[in-house]
Design a protein around this ligand. Structure first.
Ligand code: NAD
Length: 360
């Protein structure tokens, strides 16, 4: 019997993405897999059930989808769904493995694979890297949202009615999302500056034609990633950033730390010192906090001094079709690594797969 893949309708009402899209389903079906799609799963991402049927999937109710050998979803399914899984099945998605881990570790015999545990530096894992694919979309969107909220031009405009100065944009955190935000703001014509605690980011920022803001804090940790700053380093960083921030029209922050409270890079006094009409987009704003004092998840707030604060931790959801296309290709790459010769094969010696395993 072919291995079956079940595509769940997302549990969270605000989640617009879907784990597999019809074009990717067509490839999986062509490769001999059975794809079962929960009715309405792709609706919010713009993929109607009829497109999945045309791609060769079977549409089903939730119960039948949950009985597939490999169940895929973008975020973690609700507790009732995870409890319905039986030994021998696999669950695959961006499962927030750090959040209430016992809900996942309790699933004895189920192969729980969370994409937020993927060893991203291994080159074979790059096609599976959903954190990067979604961060890239978030960075692009952050620049677009900032430009839309900003009441003036991003590019310099020379018109008969005079010349408008280009907007000045500062991007804090120059990882995947930050570099994409920098590139997008540059394409929109803004004058862009990037910043990161990793000194290696300087070259990446400047190669995009942006300036680099230097502080006295360097913090490279394991695998070249940023490490958590000490309280003293954080205070130094905030003070040095504060002095620079009030000169910018737009600030985009991207320092998101899975499972931990994001570092506060912009405090309330700094926001209060910003010019009326400035815009701040906080890509780290989530339930644990954000990079900017005062931002709220998924909310747009105008401060007393006329600064627009946009909490955008889940901003990739605003581009559900593109985000789902990329996510689906990541999922298909994992499926290709775990379905070998038509059998579900979770190889504990496969470094990429074993690191993603949440269950023992
Ligand atoms: P992330 O989402 O964890 O963080 C975003 C950025 O914020 C990072 O650049 C980080 O250095 C920065 N940051 C963290 N704490 C900070 C602080 N206190 N102040 C200022 N900046 C802070 O990171 P990410 O985008 O997922 O990736 C981070 C790095 O890993 C990047 O260099 C990226 O290119 C690299 N990466 C490599 C691979 C690969 O090798 N295939 C894949 C993904 C990412």
């Amino acid at each position: 019997m072919p291995v079956s893949i079940g595509v769940l309708r997302e549990a969270v009402e605000d989640e617009t993405r879907v784990a597999l899209t019809p074009p990717v389903v067509a490839v999986l079906v062509r490769d001999g897999l059975d794809v079962i799609v929960e009715k309405g799963a792709g609706e919010r991402a713009g993929f109607p059930d009829s497109d999945y049927s045309a791609a060769g999937a079977t549409l089903a109710a939730r119960k039948a989808t949950l009985a597939a050998r490999v169940v895929v979803s973008v975020g973690r399914p609700d507790a009732a769904a995870t409890k319905a899984l039986k030994p021998g099945q696999a669950l695959l998605g961006l499962l927030d493995a750090w959040r209430e881990p016992q809900e996942l570790t309790a699933l004895e015999g189920v192969h729980v694979l969370s994409l937020d545990r993927l060893p991203r530096q291994i080159s074979r894992a790059q096609t599976m890297d959903a954190l990067s694919s979604q961060a890239s979309i978030a960075g692009y969107r952050a620049a677009i949202v900032a430009a839309e909220a900003y009441g003036r031009y991003f590019p310099m405009m020379v018109t008969a009615a005079g010349t408008a100065k280009p907007a000045t944009v500062l991007v804090l955190g120059a990882g995947v999302a930050g570099l994409q935000a920098i590139a997008t703001a540059r394409r929109l014509g803004a004058r862009v500056t990037g910043y990161d605690v990793r000194p290696a980011a300087r070259e990446e920022v400047t190669s995009l034609g942006a300036a680099f803001l230097a502080t006295s804090v360097d913090a490279v940790g394991e695998g070249g990633y940023a490490r958590e700053l000490t309280a003293e380093e954080s205070a130094t960083q905030r003070a040095e950033l504060s002095a620079a921030i009030s000169g910018f029209d737009v600030v985009i922050t991207t320092a998101k730390v899975p499972g931990r409270r994001p570092p506060e890079l912009v405090d309330a006094e700094t926001v209060a010192a910003m010019r009326q009409g400035s815009v701040v987009v906080d890509l780290a704003a989530g339930p644990l906090g954000g990079n900017v004092a005062g931002t709220r998840p998924d909310a747009r707030i105008e401060t007393a001094n006329g600064v627009t604060l946009i909490g955008a931790g889940e901003i990739a959801r605003e581009m559900a079709p593109a985000a789902s296309d990329a996510f689906a290709r990541n999922i298909a790459a994992v499926i290709a690594a775990i379905v070998i010769d038509g059998e579900l094969t979770i190889d504990p010696n496969d470094e990429v797969i074993s690191k993603m395993l949440v269950t023992p």
